[in-house]
Design a binder for this molecule. Structure first.
Ligand SMILES: [Zn+2]
Length: 444
């Protein structure tokens, strides 16, 4: 009898040590959670009033990185015309990377505040033991797949011009020359050369403004400005899988044609209206360049109300935050879902003309004929009943009904798991490489 109790005690002890260790390990990922104080976080209102603004942002990002040295990476991706560092901060270890871009236009500094706020809140959620903490999103799971690179202030000089008439800039001579005749510097969008960065990404077809100034001057040629060059190089070097380009204002969302679904998703979250892409919105912008170069999703989010004559009053920030606090993570979630899936057969690449697709539910669908025939089966299509049967020899193993099939550009897609099972294969899923390996089931 006593022996039995000893065994129970030993088991309890081992289990206790195990639980303590796994807890300690998971804690180790996020450094010293319990010492964090929410009140220590950067104060958006104070930051909005900081002079120089870019210095305030620099300090805030540095401070966040020092507080979360293991969970973030901080980089200088380039320098502005005036020589100010342009910073990028990464959260998450995901192999795929999404870029959240803000502060491209001088007067749109509220976007920088929003992104700094998102960074801090995301880090708290990332380090929390509750996986669903952030607006119902599994923060860690998403960021383990898709890292988020934030560039909160691409145009620090433009921000200084809008926020304090450029008094804090080093090159006062250039400032004077470029802003000459400009009455309302608070409405400044361009950089210190008077180039509108969001018109400097591709060759412009129609030029609305032909000399440097507050807005819309595209510059002499694409990427003539250090800020546009910096973000182009960073985007390409990091092989960015999708971009959320945050601007102000108007409470609208722009997208490029293949990605209306992502735009709709973000519209559902923010309540912002969708604006169909037009020649005007696509002209020489970052979005146009990125989409033409990579074919990947890029969405422009215009936060805040009205049309601007200066920075958005901080009084609007509450509404902006409520509409946008989850947008970056929601965007990362969309990129996560869009990750390509590789199909393997006994560990070797299974070449497909039409790649597998993942449904919203997470189910993987494959082209029926290509995969079925690739596994040696015959696919018989019943045109009248719109059904397909799969057979190896003799009688059909699996009949795919109309409702089980997804028709994509005239091709029938079916559940990989069901098809594989019918043909005697098992599907092994590798979450890191996003690959599905078909392994022959042992006959028993
Ligand atoms: Zn803008």
């Amino acid at each position: 009898m006593r022996k039995k109790w000893v065994v129970v005690l030993v088991i309890a002890l081992v289990a206790g040590i195990f639980l303590w260790m796994t807890d300690a390990l998971s804690r180790d990922v996020c450094f010293a959670e319990e010492t964090r104080d929410f009140s220590e976080m950067v104060d958006g209102r104070a930051l909005y009033a900081t002079t120089p603004f870019s210095q305030g942002i620099y300090s805030a990002l540095t401070e966040i990185h020092e507080k979360y040295p293991n969970e973030t990476e901080l980089r200088t991706i380039g320098f502005s015309v005036d020589g100010t560092e342009i910073l990028a901060l990464r959260i998450g270890v995901g192999k795929d990377k999404a870029l959240i871009l803000g502060g491209m236009h001088g007067r749109e500094t509220i976007t920088t505040i929003l992104l700094l706020d998102q960074i801090q809140q995301l880090l708290l959620a990332y380090c929390s033991s509750d996986p669903y903490q952030y607006g119902g999103y599994q923060t860690r799971k998403i960021l383990d797949d898709v890292s988020l690179w934030f560039v909160p202030l691409l145009n620090p000089d433009g921000a200084e011009i809008s926020m304090n008439a450029g008094k804090t800039l080093k090159n006062q001579e250039l400032l004077e020359r470029v802003t000459k005749g400009e009455k309302n510097l608070a409405s400044w969008k361009a950089n210190l050369n008077g180039v509108d960065l969001n018109r400097n990404f591709t060759k412009h077809r129609v030029s609305v403004v032909d000399s440097p100034g507050a807005a819309f001057y595209p510059g002499e040629y694409p990427f003539s400005q250090p800020e546009t060059k910096a973000i182009r190089d960073f985007t390409l070097e990091q092989d960015i899988q999708g971009v959320l380009n945050v601007h102000a204002a108007g409470e609208i969302i722009y997208w490029d044609p293949p990605y209306e679904n992502i735009a709709r998703y973000l519209s559902g979250i923010t309540g912002y209206s969708l604006v169909k892409p037009s020649e005007n919105t696509r002209m020489s912008t970052y979005d146009t360049w990125y989409w033409q170069t990579t074919g990947r999703p890029v969405i422009t989010l215009e936060i805040g109300k009205g049309s601007l004559t200066g920075p958005i009053p901080f009084a609007q920030y509450g509404d902006i935050w409520r509409a946008n606090w989850t947008t970056s993570l929601a965007f990362a979630r969309q990129i996560q879902k869009a990750q390509p899936i590789a199909l393997l057969l006994e560990g070797e690449e299974f070449p497909l003309i039409h790649p597998p697709v993942r449904e919203h539910s997470g189910q993987v669908l494959v082209p029926l004929r290509e995969v079925g025939e690739g596994l040696g089966a015959q696919i018989l299509w019943n045109q009248r009943e719109k059904t397909a049967s799969v057979q190896l020899e003799g009688s059909p193993l699996y009949v795919s009904e109309k409702e089980e099939m997804l028709l994509k550009q005239g091709k029938a897609y079916v559940s990989l798991r069901q098809l594989a099972q019918a043909l005697g294969y098992q599907v092994e899923w590798d979450n890191y490489t996003k690959s599905a390996n078909l392994v022959r089931r042992d006959e028993d």
